[in-house]
Design a protein around this ligand. Structure first.
Ligand SMILES: [Mg+2]
Length: 439
């Protein structure tokens, strides 16, 4: 298997504070600098123009002093430890200046030839002129694939988009919209980022290299007995006619997605597949819980929930749970699935129009075993809830039940749910919750 390289933005990705505003504190210009940095990271000011302006402001400070300040800047320690451990295949890609960040790169153990950055000439400890401004998109035009790119600001959008696996990392500040638009994942805590990197690295060890020698697999997501919850929230929910993705709708005082997350609070690896209105889903969920792994299905219009589920299952645990963002499940029934270590499919009494039906037959142990899914006949309705061994899932971009068809016979358990497709469904769901999950 081919080995991935890992490319990291420096400012607010590796560092825990923004570098240029920190330097600007020395001359009392941090507010001016922060504002300019903020506007640049959002893409309101072109990077090169803004960078020249910022260098001009900071140019009055001796280069040796700036270098010291930058060397001692707080960094994400767990991430930096991981980078050091994998330094042969890690690179830093930054618009910042070689003469300013050199000492920091040394402190982090990153070799010069693994740093892409801007360059300047120095005379008498002051900047004499910029000789090259690093254009991250250009630098990476010839960079060998496959690679993973991690960044947060508008000038990272190109490298995140060009990467085989692009990650928006928002531990320090919100990830730029242009990055989210190009990313495969968005992550907001350092620990979650490190776990995903470990999992990717462990899946892509060099040919012939033992996995254990290459990375510590136990700290990724795929440890024995591990479980990943994948909530599909990518779709538009057009039938409801309210103009928002269904996960955001308020059900008796709380957004539907928050109701689901409350039931999942004991689970560490929760992923939400986002597409339509991704930014709104992310900012709402981040207020409740920051350690969710967001997975993008940018092609949500052309694919079904099965495609979203498969994307969520990459680099996941041994058991994966599929849950639709528009499904309310009785808490006791959801718990019954989540605390089980068996493969299970949730069925309910048919209640929606145009349901996918399940025909199940009891086996000798009294378990309901699924014989087929069908649009025509069956005693139960498919709910979208299933728990499956990840390594058994086939490829596919249709619906989740179509991914499950080749795995039949599968055990079905009856669960109580409310799916919200129409306004009438919505009203039923609200009443159901108000009545303590009774009709
Ligand atoms: Mg940055």
């Amino acid at each position: 298997m081919e080995q991935y390289s890992f490319l990291f933005d420096l400012d607010a990705t590796i560092t825990k504070v923004e570098i240029l505003p920190t330097i600007a504190q020395v001359i009392g210009k941090q507010d001016e600098m922060r504002e300019l940095t903020e506007r640049t990271m959002k893409g309101e000011v072109p990077f090169a123009e803004s960078f020249m302006k910022r260098v001009e402001i900071l140019g009055v400070i001796p280069v040796s002093r700036v270098s010291e300040i930058v060397r001692d800047i707080p960094v994400h320690e767990e991430l930096c430890a991981w980078i050091r451990e994998h330094k042969d295949r890690c690179y830093v890609v930054t618009g910042n200046l070689d003469i300013w960040i050199g000492a920091l790169m040394e402190r982090l153990g990153i070799e010069k030839d693994h740093v892409f950055c801007s360059h300047a000439e120095v005379e008498n400890d002051k900047i004499a002129g910029l000789t090259e401004i690093c254009d991250k998109g250009k630098v990476l035009e010839d960079f060998p694939h496959p690679f993973v790119a991690v960044g947060d600001g508008d000038n990272d959008a190109g490298m995140v988009g060009a990467a085989d696996i692009g990650i928006g990392f928002g531990a320090v500040r919100d990830v730029a919209y242009s990055v989210l638009n190009n990313a495969d994942y968005a992550i907001y805590t350092e620990n979650k980022l490190c776990r995903l990197l470990k999992e990717i690295a462990s899946k892509t060890c060099a040919e012939g290299q033992a996995e254990a020698a290459c990375c510590d697999k136990a700290e990724g997501f795929g440890a024995p007995g591990s479980k990943t919850i994948v909530i599909s929230c990518a779709g538009m929910g057009t039938r409801l006619g309210i103009g928002t993705t269904k996960a955001l709708i308020d059900v008796d005082g709380k957004p539907l997605i928050i109701r689901q997350l409350e039931l999942l609070k004991d689970f560490e690896d929760v992923r939400i597949v986002v597409g339509y209105q991704a930014e709104r889903v992310i900012s709402l969920v981040n207020e409740y819980r920051r350690d969710v792994l967001y997975v993008f299905n940018h092609n949500y219009k052309g694919t079904g929930t099965g495609a979203s589920f498969k994307l969520g299952c990459r680099y996941a645990g041994e058991l994966v749970v599929a849950l639709d963002g528009d499904l309310l499940v009785h808490p006791d029934d959801l718990r019954a699935v989540l605390t089980s270590d068996k493969e299970l499919v949730g069925g309910c009494t048919p209640s929606t129009d145009n349901p996918v039906l399940i025909h199940a037959e009891e086996d000798s142990e009294g378990r309901k075993m699924i014989v087929y899914f069908s649009r025509e006949s069956g005693e139960y309705e498919w709910t979208g809830l299933a728990q499956i061994r990840r390594d058994r899932l086939p490829e596919g971009t249709g619906h989740v039940y179509q991914l499950l068809e080749p795995l039949i016979p599968l055990e079905m358990i009856e669960i109580r749910t409310k799916e919200i497709d129409t306004m009438a469904d919505y009203e039923h769901a609200v009443n159901w919750i108000r009545n303590g999950y009774h009709d």
